[in-house]
Each structure stands twice: as C-alpha cells, then as structure tokens.
Design a protein around this ligand. Sequence first.
Ligand code: GH3
Ligand code: MG
Ligand code: MG
Ligand code: MG
Ligand code: MG
Length: 295
Amino acid sequence: MNITSLHVLLIEDDAEDSLLIERLLHRYPLVTITTQRVSSLQEAIQTIQQGDFDAALLDLGLPDSQGMDSLRQLHACDARLPIVVLSGVDDHAIALEAVASGAQDFISKHALSGGMLPRALFFAQKRQAKLLGLEAAADVDPLTGLKNRRNLQKAFLDLHTQDSSHVPLSAALLDVDHFKAVNDRYGHLAGDEVLRQLSQSMRNTAESPHQVFRYGGEEFVFLLQDPLAAAEQRIGELLQTIEDRSIHVREQILHVTVSAGITQVRDGDSFDAALLRADQALYRAKADGRNRLVS
Ligand code: GH3
Ligand code: MG
Ligand code: MG
Ligand code: MG
Ligand code: MG
C-alpha cells in the first residue's frame, strides 16, 4: 500500500456532523487523514484552488447550494479531485444520480461508522489516480513517447483561439522519406528504432511552447508558435539535423531524411484547413525530390 496520508476537504455546514466525521477520519489507524473544513460551496471552491487535496467529502445540503448542483460546480472547478458525497437522506435514486454525475461514492450519514468513511476516501483517491494515469497514457504514443493525435485538435484550438493576432501559429506536417525501404531492408524492428531516434530530434525542436505529435505511422505534426519565417527556419534546421544524424541500430548505421510541408495558420482556419495546406506543401516537397521543406 503506497498511500500513507490523505488530505481531505470536508464541505459540511453542520457543526455536529463535522465533529463526528472528523473524529472518524482522524482516528483511523492505517492512514493519516488530515481535514480542512468549509461550510459553504463558495468557500469550498475558493479553498480547492489554494489547497492540495486528495479528496473531498461533500454534504449535499449546504446553505448556498443543494444536491447535484453542488457536485457539478465542484467537479467543474477541479475535475481531478475525487468527491465522495455525504447525505442525511439515504435515498437510492440520489445515490445513483450522484455517482452518475461524477461522484466516486455516496455515503449516508446514518451509516457512518468505523472505517467505512476512510476506506471510501482511500479507494476514491486510488481509483482517481488510476483513472488519471490511464487518461494520461492514452495521450502518449507508446513507441516514441510523443503525444499522439488524440489531443491535437484541442491543442490547435487552445493555441489558435489564444488571441491569434498576437501569437502567430504555424503548422508543419513531416513525413519520413522512403521509410518503407528502411523496413524492407533492415526489418520492422529497426524501423521502429529509427522512429524512436528521430522523435528525439523532434522533441528538441518542439521545446515549449512549441508542440510535436506523432500523427500516425511515420508522420509527425508540429504546432509552432512562430510566424512562418521563424517556423521555416526551425523545421529547416530539424531536417538538416536529421539528415546529418547517424542512426545506430544494432550493428548498422542508417541515414534517413524527412520531408515537410509548412503553413502559417490564418484567422478563422480550422485545424483541418491548416493541415490540408501543410499536406499539399508536403506533397510538393516529395515531388520536388524529398529531404526538403515547402511552404
Ligand atoms: P515517401 O517518401 O513517399 O513517404 O515513402 P514511404 O516509403 O515513407 O511512404 P509509404 O507511405 O509508402 O510508407 C510508409 C511506411 O511506414 C509503411 C509502413 O509500413 C511504415 N510504418 C508506419 N508506421 C510504422 C511503425 O510504427 N513502425 C515501422 N517500423 N514502420 C512503420
Ligand atoms: Mg448540511
Ligand atoms: Mg507517410
Ligand atoms: Mg508516403
Ligand atoms: Mg514516408
């Protein structure tokens, strides 16, 4: 067991209930549980932003908010915080609705005894940590460790709507040249290793705030917070670095090149529109002889 302490936000307006709950939590022998108590939803929302909580215990009857509304507002404030709902009403329908609305668990105040509440919080925290880990893993390409295309559209929108008149954005699509021949000649595992090593060079080019994604196969997308000329220089240097790079795969030394199409994102561009222009430019880079950048 790797959790030895839990910091819990207790959102409860009733002083007696609070005392009882805190006593149950503080007396728990296996995990050190600390609590911070607030007695309204507004206070809870302010406190969440300051503190570092592992879980929240939410009373459904608060002076400034009632029922599922509290749950939804709390969830909107911090979607990562696991919430266990407490209610004075032991109602199966409410319990199901709470869990369906994002609560990790529902506990009736009449059923509070012994280790039940600490256990519920402990498992809520564990489940949430697991879930967040799975979600994070789903965004990462397992071969290269780069971000995959799952959040590409969202990343584009985040950057592009950020006052695009002040933050220019360029998009580049890169494709490894004659990569099929690498696989055919050296084998698929060697091909994988080439992609891994190429992705290291790409990661260096995509230092924050720039971003790189493995778009699929041997294709990569860059979102660069650069006007076109600076973006062209950045990707041009990357292509040169890759051309110069000796890729060691087992006993062999390989050299590969990459072609790229690049475009400046325009006001009102959708991601698809920008990517289409980058793809058309990439097509010309291939047709013009590969190992080059076209805008
Ligand atoms: P071009 O210069 O026109 O891009 O030629 P190409 O051979 O790179 O183009 P093509 O699209 O025909 O081939 C891409 C190859 O990339 C085919 C596919 O087997 C290989 N590939 C895609 N994903 C992976 C991968 O994860 N690992 C390996 N080893 N190969 C991959
Ligand atoms: Mg209450
Ligand atoms: Mg390709
Ligand atoms: Mg191709
Ligand atoms: Mg290719």
